[in-house]
Design a protein around this ligand. Structure first.
Ligand code: AMP
Length: 305
């Protein structure tokens, strides 16, 4: 694993740029703008996996050039969270991005993004950020929307792509763009899973073999509730009970929340509908995992199989 500041030892393809500074980013953007190319941005924290790379595929359908940012944003990590041990492998990430058709990797060190330390003026994510993960990660979404707004300002993309894996994040970013009239189109890509159903995540690298075997319980729990919904059960408590029973059968999972919510307001529902979102967060050992499922969604619609 290489640290963010080590040189990257790979052979670059023509038309592929890695910008580590705002200056080299500007230079790359000048060329893209001079050629009037449509730019899509895929923001990430790196340690890329197929979930991230599938967003590059979505981005390529909406733009001429895809930029992928790699930045482990300290603003979105709370006290005692995994900022310092978050997995990093810049060399591998750059290679994967290049192979997948990314044209520009923007991977700034912390000092480039926050030269004066924490920014004074930030974006307030409002009440949506108090729901679901926000209850357990105070300040997290404040950090997320602030860095995303900053990335939009730096790269000025026409399109930005986010994953459904982080459902609440995608809702908040759509809402920020709508409420602040930011000139960027938001696309949300499907949730990519491991063959056994575990949602792909850079944090899965933390799991021991035993934990990894039980982590799949999250998806199985969501699927159990979805199966009941498909059989006609519409009462949220009954659906959540089905999911809880599966979670309980996985003793290494310690759930934080399991909720059935409205897809836009993220408020708990009194009756389940097609399109309602079932969201869960749990610790598996010391690793915090999240997952979600859209009730009744078909695989072909980017939903669940
Ligand atoms: P991260 O690097 O975890 O901050 O994620 C960067 C982007 O990739 C976010 O928009 C995530 O929602 C998305 N992403 C992460 N994991 C997955 C996954 N398994 N499937 C789809 N998108 C994902």
């Amino acid at each position: 694993m290489s640290s963010g500041s080590q040189p990257i030892k790979i052979t670059f393809r023509p038309g592929f740029t890695v910008a580590r500074s705002l200056r080299s980013l500007e230079k790359a953007l000048e060329e893209i703008q001079a050629r009037e190319l449509r730019l899509a941005l895929v923001p990430t924290m790196g340690y890329l996996h197929e979930g991230h790379l599938s967003l590059v595929d979505v981005a390529r359908q909406h733009a001429d050039v895809v930029a992928l940012s790699i930045f482990v944003n300290p603003l979105q990590f709370g006290e005692g969270e995994d900022l310092d041990r978050y997995p990093r492998d810049m060399e591998r990430d750059v290679k994967l991005a290049m192979e997948r058709g990314v044209g520009l990797v923007f991977a700034p060190p912390r000092e480039e993004m926050y030269p004066g330390g924490e920014p004074v003026v930030t974006v307030d994510p409002g009440s949506l950020a108090t729901r679901l993960c926000g209850q357990y990660r105070p300040g997290h979404f404040h950090g997320v929307v602030t860095v995303v707004a900053k990335l939009f300002g730096l790269l000025r993309p026409q399109v930005a792509v986010f994953g459904r894996k982080d459902y609440q994040q995608a809702v908040l970013i759509r809402r920020m763009v709508q409420d602040l009239n930011l000139p960027v189109e938001i696309q949300v890509g499907p949730l990519v899973r491991e063959p056994d159903g575990l949602a792909m995540s850079s944090r899965n690298a933390y799991l021991s073999a035993q934990e990894r075997a039980q982590a799949v319980g999250l998806h199985q729990a969501l699927k159990a509730a979805d199966a009941a919904f498909r059989q006609g059960e519409g009462r949220p408590e009954q659906l959540l009970d089905r999911a809880r029973a599966v979670l309980d059968a996985h003793p290494l999972l310690r759930p934080q929340y399991l909720e059935l919510v409205d897809p836009e307001t993220l408020e708990p529902l009194e009756e389940a509908r097609e399109g309602s979102v079932l969201a869960v967060a749990a610790h598996c050992g010391s690793t915090r995992l999240i997952d979600n499922l859209i009730l009744g969604a078909a695989r072909s619609e980017g939903g669940e199989g």
